[in-house]
Structure formats: structure tokens, C-alpha cells
Write a protein that binds this ligand. Structure first.
Ligand code: TXA
Ligand code: MG
Length: 334
């Protein structure tokens, strides 16, 4: 059985199929079929004002759905596609409102994962795909995460093993005079500026911002672990002392504490469950493990999770953006 062909046939008929991308698993449907797009919202329990990313396999398909394609779009595509960058541009009338949540713009990405590309080509469709989690859960980085959330609700899940990047694509809005990063990702501001010059970061995504983020999905607290989550930043020894002090306090009340720590410090903690996320300087590994670790804690029944902070230049910004969202922006610097 060729499962990619099977999945392509399901999508052609207006159904849903989950598939791996290099960032996270996606839940795909024919982007040009309003009824198919609508199914995605139903299965995920996703608010209908939260638009979907359209996945393409050929640059020419970008031209087919964009109303105006700024020069920056071609330059960024040349530099980063196929890959983990989503561009928001003005849409034309071909793209149904169901796919864009009623916006006059469309978010487009050419993924690099070979299964994703083959699925798009086999289906001869443009594939609308959000992350394949149920709304409010961490994005899936393994096929088993998709089964946990959506098993029994969709006919087919293509298993490509653990994804390579582990956090969702960077999103850049090209509809404004100065391009704006709506969601940080593994392609950083510096990398984007090297190609197209000055880029801004949406002020709405800053920690504790009171402004609405421009990407509708960024306003939702995507995911709150079942246990509380507090991020603790600062110098190494201070962080260890603070976390251990809090663990002791919790344990004295008969409660269980979890810790998310870098490999270098994991052994210093006296938590009931301590999960090591990767070496501090290996941002790629930390990003790849983050969502899986958050899922593991949901299964482990701890009352409170303390996480070290992983702020760093480069991809650290995207990691902290996701971690702080999961923590409801609760961070303490010692
Ligand atoms: O890496 C990824 O981008 C993954 C994989 C599957 O490709 N997809 C993904 O999709 O993360 P989703 O639906 O979980 O996140 C899409 C984000 C949401 O925050 C949504 O609000 C924003 O993109 N978005 C989509 N279309 C937009 C538009 N026209 N304008 C502004 N934001 C948009
Ligand atoms: Mg998502």
C-alpha cells in the first residue's frame, strides 16, 4: 500500500489526513475546498477566526493564490523555501474565507519534508494545514502525539518519525511597509534581515504585551499544562537554589514537582520528575524536545512544573515564546 497516495486521495475527496512536516505534524485538507477546510476546525476544536496556513510544493502556486506578490516574497522564497518559513500576503478571490478565517490575506508555506511535498504533489491540491493537535494541546512532534489527540477522528495519519525542528514555522507578514514577524521560529529575525533588510517583530507577541498579536492564533494561550508551569531565569546557581527551595515547599505539602532542565544541570534538582531537554547551547535539540516533554508532564501527574529559562540569541527566542505561552507568561528572574 502506498500510504502517501492513499492520503492524497482522501484529501482530493475533501477529507483530512495528518502528515509530518519538518516543523511539526500538520492536519491537511484541500485549501480551495471550503467544506474541507471547515472540517479541520471541527476536528481540532479550533476557533473559526484562526486562519490556516496553505502548504504548496511549487512556487507558481504562490502566484495562483496571492493578489500581489511583493519582491520580498520571491527573495525569501529563494532563500528559505522549501523550509520553515510562512509568508502572509494579500489573497485573491480563489482562496475561500473558510481557509483564511475571513481575512483578506493568506499565509503560505512550502515545507521541506519529503512526505509533505510528495503528499501535496500527489493530491494536486494546495493543502491547508494547522498543527495536528487538538486545540489547546502542544503541537505534535511524533505521530503518536497525533493519535493521542485526533485518533479515531481522522482516517489517516502518515508516520514520518520524530520531526526535525519541533516548533512551528516562523511567520512573516509582507503586507506592511516594513515586514513584521508574527511568530518567531527557527528562521530568525537576523536571517530574514540578511535577505530583505529591516524587519520588525509584532509588538503584540512580546511577553506581557497588552496589544493584540496580529496572527489570530497567537492570542490564544495555545497550551496550558495540566500542572502549573513557572519559568525561572537568572544565574545558574541562583536558579537551581530557587527551584529546589520551591520543590521542597511543595513536597512538604505532599505535592509532586516536575523540572525541565538543561542536561548540564538536570542532576542538581530534587524534583519528583526531572526531564532533561538537551544541552544548553544546543538550541535545535531543546526546540525539538520541548513539546514532547510538556506532553510527558501531562501524563505524569505532577502538581507543579518548574522550568529553567532557555533564552538565547537565535532560535532561543522562538523557544522562549512557546515556553512562556505554556506558562501563561509566568516567569521569575532570580
Ligand atoms: O510549522 C507550521 O507552520 C505548522 C506546520 C503544520 O506547517 N503549522 C502551523 O499551523 O503551525 P497553525 O495553524 O497551528 O498556526 C498557524 C498560525 C496561527 O497563529 C494563525 O493565526 C496564523 O498562523 N495565520 C494563518 N494565516 C494568517 C494570516 N492570513 N494572517 C495572520 N496570521 C495568520
Ligand atoms: Mg497550532
Amino acid at each position: 500500500m502506498n500510504w502517501i497516495k492513499e492520503a492524497a486521495a482522501v484529501i482530493q475527496k475533501g477529507g483530512l489526513a495528518a502528515f509530518p512536516t519538518e516543523t511539526v505534524y500538520g492536519l491537511g485538507a484541500d485549501a480551495m475546498n471550503p467544506e474541507a477546510s471547515k472540517k479541520i476546525y471541527g476536528v481540532k476544536g479550533r476557533p473559526s477566526d484562526n486562519p490556516l496556513i496553505v502548504h504548496i510544493a511549487e512556487f507558481s502556486d504562490f502566484l495562483c493564490i496571492a493578489d500581489q506578490l511583493p519582491d520580498a516574497a520571491s527573495e525569501l522564497a529563494k532563500a528559505f523555501w522549501p523550509g520553515p518559513l510562512t509568508m502572509v500576503v494579500k489573497k485573491n478571490e480563489k482562496v475561500p474565507d473558510e481557509t483564511t478565517g475571513g481575512l483578506d490575506t493568506v499565509a503560505v508555506r512550502m515545507p521541506s519534508h519529503p512526505i509533505a511535498l510528495e503528499l501535496i504533489r500527489e493530491s494536486s491540491c494546495l493543502i491547508a494545514a494547522p498543527s495536528a493537535n487538538s486545540s489547546g494541546r502542544p503541537s505534535p512532534t511524533l505521530a503518536s502525539h497525533v493519535i493521542e489527540d485526533l485518533g479515531g477522528k481522522i482516517p489517516i495519519i502518515l508516520d514520518g518519525g520524530k520531526v526535525g525542528i519541533g516548533i512551528e514555522s516562523a511567520i512573516i507578514d509582507l503586507t506592511e511597509q516594513t515586514p513584521v514577524i508574527l511568530r518567531p521560529g527557527s528562521i530568525t529575525k537576523d536571517m530574514l534581515q540578511d535577505v530583505i533588510g529591516t524587519v520588525r517583530i509584532d509588538p503584540g507577541i512580546a511577553e506581557n504585551s497588552s496589544i493584540q498579536p496580529k496572527a489570530p492564533g497567537m492570542k490564544y494561550r495555545h497550551y496550558a499544562p495540566k500542572a502549573g508551569l513557572l519559568v525561572i531565569g537568572g544565574k545558574r546557581d541562583g536558579v537551581i537554589a530557587e527551584i529546589n527551595k520551591r520543590i521542597e515547599g511543595l513536597q512538604a505539602e505532599g505535592k509532586r514537582a516536575g523540572v525541565i532542565a538543561a542536561d548540564e544541570t538536570a542532576e542538581e534538582y530534587r524534583g519528583d520528575i526531572v526531564l532533561s531537554i538537551g544541552k544548553r547551547e544546543e538550541e535545535e535539540i531543546i526546540a525539538r524536545n520541548l513539546y514532547g516533554i510538556l506532553r510527558q508532564f501531562d501524563e505524569s501527574g505532577v502538581d507543579m512544573i518548574y522550568s529553567e529559562s532557555f533564552a538565547a540569541p537565535g532560535m532561543g527566542q522562538a523557544i522562549m515564546n512557546r515556553l512562556l505561552k505554556a506558562a501563561g507568561q509566568q516567569m521569575l528572574v532570580v
